[in-house]
Design a protein around this ligand. Structure first.
Ligand code: CMP
Length: 138
Protein backbone atom coordinates (compact mmCIF):
# COMPACT_ATOMS: atom_id res chain seq x y z
CA UNK A 1 0.00 0.00 0.00
CA UNK A 2 1.16 3.54 -0.63
CA UNK A 3 1.46 5.65 2.45
CA UNK A 4 -0.85 8.52 1.55
CA UNK A 5 -4.56 9.22 1.58
CA UNK A 6 -6.78 12.22 0.89
CA UNK A 7 -9.42 13.77 3.13
CA UNK A 8 -11.88 16.66 3.15
CA UNK A 9 -13.47 18.18 6.22
CA UNK A 10 -16.99 18.85 4.96
CA UNK A 11 -19.11 22.03 5.21
CA UNK A 12 -21.11 20.95 8.29
CA UNK A 13 -17.92 20.40 10.27
CA UNK A 14 -16.12 23.58 9.16
CA UNK A 15 -19.32 25.57 9.86
CA UNK A 16 -19.50 24.22 13.41
CA UNK A 17 -15.86 24.98 14.27
CA UNK A 18 -14.63 21.38 14.21
CA UNK A 19 -11.62 21.86 11.94
CA UNK A 20 -9.17 21.89 14.84
CA UNK A 21 -10.82 18.98 16.64
CA UNK A 22 -10.77 16.83 13.52
CA UNK A 23 -7.18 17.71 12.59
CA UNK A 24 -6.18 16.88 16.18
CA UNK A 25 -7.76 13.44 15.93
CA UNK A 26 -6.00 12.92 12.60
CA UNK A 27 -2.57 13.80 14.01
CA UNK A 28 -3.23 11.84 17.22
CA UNK A 29 -4.06 8.88 14.96
CA UNK A 30 -0.51 8.92 13.63
CA UNK A 31 -1.08 10.76 10.36
CA UNK A 32 1.20 13.55 9.13
CA UNK A 33 -0.50 16.42 7.28
CA UNK A 34 1.51 16.80 4.07
CA UNK A 35 -0.88 19.22 2.28
CA UNK A 36 -3.66 21.43 3.66
CA UNK A 37 -6.03 24.15 2.45
CA UNK A 38 -9.46 25.67 3.13
CA UNK A 39 -11.54 26.59 0.09
CA UNK A 40 -14.99 26.88 -1.43
CA UNK A 41 -15.92 24.17 -3.91
CA UNK A 42 -18.19 25.36 -6.71
CA UNK A 43 -21.08 23.04 -7.56
CA UNK A 44 -19.26 22.26 -10.79
CA UNK A 45 -16.04 21.24 -8.97
CA UNK A 46 -17.98 19.26 -6.37
CA UNK A 47 -19.80 17.46 -9.16
CA UNK A 48 -16.52 16.62 -10.83
CA UNK A 49 -14.94 15.38 -7.60
CA UNK A 50 -17.88 13.04 -6.94
CA UNK A 51 -18.38 12.09 -10.61
CA UNK A 52 -18.20 8.35 -9.76
CA UNK A 53 -21.45 8.81 -7.85
CA UNK A 54 -23.23 10.65 -10.70
CA UNK A 55 -25.84 7.89 -11.14
CA UNK A 56 -26.58 7.55 -7.43
CA UNK A 57 -29.84 9.00 -6.08
CA UNK A 58 -28.01 11.16 -3.54
CA UNK A 59 -25.68 12.81 -6.10
CA UNK A 60 -27.64 16.05 -6.62
CA UNK A 61 -28.00 16.70 -2.89
CA UNK A 62 -24.37 15.77 -2.29
CA UNK A 63 -23.14 18.31 -4.86
CA UNK A 64 -25.37 21.01 -3.37
CA UNK A 65 -24.20 20.20 0.15
CA UNK A 66 -20.48 20.06 -0.71
CA UNK A 67 -20.69 23.50 -2.33
CA UNK A 68 -22.74 25.04 0.51
CA UNK A 69 -19.75 26.27 2.52
CA UNK A 70 -16.00 25.99 2.84
CA UNK A 71 -14.24 22.66 3.04
CA UNK A 72 -10.74 21.76 4.22
CA UNK A 73 -8.77 19.49 1.90
CA UNK A 74 -5.69 17.58 3.08
CA UNK A 75 -3.26 14.87 2.07
CA UNK A 76 -2.23 12.59 4.92
CA UNK A 77 0.78 10.32 5.29
CA UNK A 78 1.09 7.16 7.36
CA UNK A 79 1.89 3.50 6.77
CA UNK A 80 -1.23 1.81 5.37
CA UNK A 81 -2.84 5.25 5.13
CA UNK A 82 -6.01 4.49 3.13
CA UNK A 83 -7.20 1.60 5.30
CA UNK A 84 -6.08 3.09 8.60
CA UNK A 85 -7.79 6.39 7.81
CA UNK A 86 -11.06 4.65 6.97
CA UNK A 87 -10.84 2.95 10.37
CA UNK A 88 -10.21 6.31 12.07
CA UNK A 89 -13.20 8.02 10.41
CA UNK A 90 -15.69 5.15 10.85
CA UNK A 91 -18.68 4.10 8.75
CA UNK A 92 -20.22 6.46 6.16
CA UNK A 93 -23.48 6.39 8.12
CA UNK A 94 -22.70 7.88 11.55
CA UNK A 95 -25.34 5.63 13.13
CA UNK A 96 -23.04 2.74 12.24
CA UNK A 97 -19.75 4.49 13.11
CA UNK A 98 -17.74 2.88 15.93
CA UNK A 99 -16.99 4.63 19.22
CA UNK A 100 -13.87 6.74 19.06
CA UNK A 101 -14.15 7.48 15.33
CA UNK A 102 -14.27 10.95 13.79
CA UNK A 103 -17.73 10.40 12.32
CA UNK A 104 -19.08 9.04 15.61
CA UNK A 105 -17.98 12.27 17.26
CA UNK A 106 -18.71 14.85 14.55
CA UNK A 107 -21.00 13.51 11.80
CA UNK A 108 -24.62 14.66 11.71
CA UNK A 109 -26.09 12.42 9.00
CA UNK A 110 -25.13 10.03 6.20
CA UNK A 111 -24.68 13.08 3.95
CA UNK A 112 -23.27 15.60 6.43
CA UNK A 113 -20.80 13.04 7.71
CA UNK A 114 -17.99 15.45 8.69
CA UNK A 115 -15.18 13.96 6.59
CA UNK A 116 -14.32 12.20 3.36
CA UNK A 117 -11.65 9.52 3.07
CA UNK A 118 -10.29 7.97 -0.12
CA UNK A 119 -11.32 4.37 -0.76
CA UNK A 120 -8.20 3.18 -2.61
CA UNK A 121 -4.58 4.10 -3.25
CA UNK A 122 -5.41 5.06 -6.84
CA UNK A 123 -8.22 7.36 -5.76
CA UNK A 124 -6.06 8.87 -3.01
CA UNK A 125 -3.59 10.00 -5.67
CA UNK A 126 -6.30 11.26 -8.04
CA UNK A 127 -8.14 13.12 -5.28
CA UNK A 128 -4.99 14.67 -3.80
CA UNK A 129 -3.90 15.87 -7.23
CA UNK A 130 -7.40 17.31 -7.80
CA UNK A 131 -6.72 19.88 -5.05
CA UNK A 132 -2.95 20.24 -4.75
CA UNK A 133 -0.20 21.08 -7.21
CA UNK A 134 3.05 19.15 -6.88
CA UNK A 135 4.74 22.01 -4.98
CA UNK A 136 1.89 22.03 -2.44
CA UNK A 137 2.42 18.35 -1.49
CA UNK A 138 5.26 17.99 1.01
P1 CMP B 1 -18.05 10.24 1.11
O1 CMP B 1 -17.23 9.21 1.81
O2 CMP B 1 -17.44 11.57 0.91
O3 CMP B 1 -18.51 9.67 -0.32
C1 CMP B 1 -19.74 9.96 -0.93
C2 CMP B 1 -20.63 10.83 -0.08
O4 CMP B 1 -21.98 10.85 -0.45
C3 CMP B 1 -20.65 10.30 1.34
O5 CMP B 1 -19.41 10.46 1.97
C4 CMP B 1 -21.81 11.10 1.92
O6 CMP B 1 -21.43 12.43 2.25
C5 CMP B 1 -22.76 11.19 0.71
N1 CMP B 1 -23.93 10.31 0.81
C6 CMP B 1 -25.20 10.72 0.96
N2 CMP B 1 -26.03 9.69 1.00
C7 CMP B 1 -25.30 8.57 0.87
C8 CMP B 1 -25.60 7.17 0.84
N3 CMP B 1 -26.84 6.72 0.94
N4 CMP B 1 -24.57 6.30 0.72
C9 CMP B 1 -23.30 6.75 0.58
N5 CMP B 1 -22.95 8.06 0.61
C10 CMP B 1 -23.94 8.96 0.76
Amino acid sequence: ATNRTFTMIKPDATQENHIGGILSMIEAGGFRIVALKKLNLSAERAGKFYEVHAERPFYGDLVKYMSSGPIVAAILEKDNAVADFRTLIGATNPEQAAEGTIRKKYAKSIEANAVHGSDSDDNAKIEGDFFFAADEQF
